[in-house]
Design a protein around this ligand. Structure first.
Ligand SMILES: [Zn+2]
Ligand SMILES: [Zn+2]
Length: 347
């Protein structure tokens, strides 16, 4: 089968690999769509670790094509979105349902072969934990593309829920890359009040407005403060999402955060990044500064249930590639006109 291989930072290639055969408890999924994450690009740039030689891809959906002995809760032909985390099941975090924080977590696409391939082997632990989440029949390409976005959308649900999202809340999203735009689409669908988006690229601002942002600006701090004041009567936003890892943005986010608000560092930052924070500002204004990464299995399952109603999400995949050009799903992302990229192994 064909697959994308990550050899080392800066080096990826499409190659032929033996097709996986499931052992006891394992399952094989024929990938229908797999999207590329900013964190895959960070691995490519050498900012984040992945096993050399691994097949990347932790955002994918497909159909079960082979089952090992003893797998009872999946059937051949099942359409699934895969929660890509292989958790131990026994550590304190796993016991609380926070398998994304498992102390010995492994992840498809980083530590084991992932979805940028014709087929993926799902390890027995992942299958036993119910991490292949069944979807209703997925007849169309568009539906498969959206199903591949279950994982990133679940990460956004985790982000908003960690910020104690409530209907009518005012939200600021700093950075309208694919994940910032997913925040806009999900916050809008969940009943947000005003949504302010800060983004220097005009085409991304326009997309944010189409997805439900009520005000957009370039992200220059004075302008952003004025736009947020205007949208919130001077209060600041209840939720501020930092969706691009830029120096100085944490400080800017805190400046537009309301009393009793939450500021979430959703983006990863370059190594050694830091911020200077007025700690009394957090204390006296009761601002929560938090970070989120990944999602819990519960959030993933709820996202899979919600996605059929989120047709706007389809617009965030701007470019699709066949597996033979899977490397371009990485290299094309340096163009700001390109949002999320996805690979469709069937072409
Ligand atoms: Zn991701
Ligand atoms: Zn664990």
């Amino acid at each position: 089968m064909r697959a994308l291989i990550f050899d080392r930072p800066g080096e990826i290639r499409v190659a032929d690999l033996p097709s996986p055969k499931p052992g006891p408890g394992e399952a094989v999924v024929d990938v229908r769509a797999a999207s590329v994450c900013a964190s895959d690009l960070r691995v490519y740039r050498g900012e984040k670790y992945a096993l050399p030689g691994v097949v990347p891809g932790h955002e994918f959906a497909g159909q079960v094509s082979a089952l090992g002995e003893g797998v009872d809760d999946l059937a051949l032909g099942d359409c699934v979105a895969v929660y890509p985390i292989i958790a131990c099941g026994g550590c304190g975090f796993c016991r609380r349902g926070l398998r994304n924080r498992c102390t010995s977590r492994r992840t498809l696409g980083y530590d084991a072969n992932g979805g940028l391939a014709e087929r993926v082997l799902l390890p027995a632990t992942l299958v036993a934990q119910g991490h292949a989440v069944k979807l209703a029949d997925m007849p169309s390409d568009a539906a498969w593309g959206r199903a591949a976005l279950t994982e990133p959308t679940a990460c956004v649900l985790n982000s908003l829920e960690s910020c104690r999202f409530r209907a009518g809340a005012s939200v600021a999203v700093l950075g309208a890359g694919p994940m910032g735009l997913l925040h806009v689409a999900l916050a809008r669908a969940m009943g947000a009040g005003p949504i302010v988006v800060a983004e220097p690229v005009a085409s991304r601002r326009a997309m944010a407005a189409e997805l439900g942002a009520t005000a957009v600006c370039s992200g220059e701090p004075d302008e952003l403060r004025a736009v947020v004041d205007d949208a919130t009567g001077g209060d600041g936003c209840d939720i501020v999402i930092v969706s691009v890892g830029l120096d100085g943005l944490t400080e800017t986010a805190l400046q537009v955060a309301a009393k009793q608000s939450s500021v979430n560092l959703f983006a990863g930052f370059p190594p050694e990044s830091s911020a200077t924070i007025d700690v009394n500002d957090l204390h006296y204004r009761e601002v929560s500064l938090t970070g989120t990464q990944n999602a819990t299995p519960d959030q993933f399952r709820r996202t899979a249930a919600l996605l059929p109603a989120l047709s706007d999400v389809d617009r965030i995949v701007s470019h699709r590639f066949p597996l033979s050009q899977a490397d371009q799903s990485y290299t094309s992302r340096s163009d700001p006109a390109v949002l999320k990229t996805a690979v469709y192994p069937d072409g």
